[in-house]
Design a protein around this ligand. Structure first.
Ligand SMILES: CC(C)(COP(=O)(O)OP(=O)(O)OC[C@H]1O[C@@H](n2cnc3c(N)ncnc32)[C@H](O)[C@@H]1OP(=O)(O)O)[C@@H](O)C(=O)NCCC(=O)NCCS
Length: 162
């Protein structure tokens, strides 16, 4: 039997603080980052990412409660949210989960009195750059030496409720 997007059942859930993740989850997240962004994280680097438990800390769980994606953000300055990591497993990409997470984050930010989202993205990641531009973000500065692979951009934009 073939598989299509209807087999890909998963849901976004509130994530734990990274420091309380078990070893198996840390491994899955390291692999997700490596596969999806090419960035190699040490286990300790995953565990020490500054992500509180709040509605901007989301994990995508499949029907076996396996982690298939995450959107980790924190509260940055008075009115901003900063996305620290956003990645979805290849099997679950391109079927709307990224858009869903974005909407949940916008709701979380607005509920917390914040009206801007900021993030860093690799300069060669055209798909992500376009994804963010369609959601109202623009490039506000260029980062040299932030990514091993080349330049990066800081993107930022105002958000509003639909
Ligand atoms: C960026 C990412 C999180 C988006 O999640 P996603 O689940 O793939 O996103 P969606 O399925 O909601 O699709 C997003 C958009 O791409 C479009 N799309 C999906 N698959 C596509 C494809 N194969 N070709 C062209 N467009 C496609 C969708 O129509 C949607 O369009 P919209 O922005 O107009 O709504 C995910 O692709 C990812 O993990 N990428 C690798 C890691 C990464 O780059 N992270 C960001 C670092 S800052």
């Amino acid at each position: 039997m073939g598989s299509d997007s209807s087999d890909k059942i998963a849901r976004w859930c509130l994530g734990p603080s990274p420091k309380s993740l078990d070893a198996e989850s840390v491994e899955i997240i390291r692999q997700l980052f490596l596969d999806q962004t090419g960035e190699r994280y040490a286990s300790e680097s995953v565990r020490t990412l500054p992500i509180p438990e709040w509605r901007g800390n989301l994990v995508l769980l499949d029907s076996n409660n396996m982690i298939r994606g995450l959107l980790w953000s924190n509260k940055f300055k008075e009115n901003r949210v900063r996305i620290v990591a956003f990645a979805i497993d290849s099997d679950y990409k391109g079927i709307g989960f990224g858009s869903q997470a974005w909407e949940l984050l916008v709701d979380a930010a607005l509920a917390d009195g914040r009206n801007e989202i900021q993030l860093e993205v690799r300069g060669d990641n055209e798909f992500a750059i376009e994804f963010y531009k369609r959601r109202g973000l623009e490039i506000v500065s260029t980062l040299e030496g932030y990514y091993k692979a080349g330049i990066g951009y800081v993107m930022r934009g105002k958000i509003s409720s639909k």
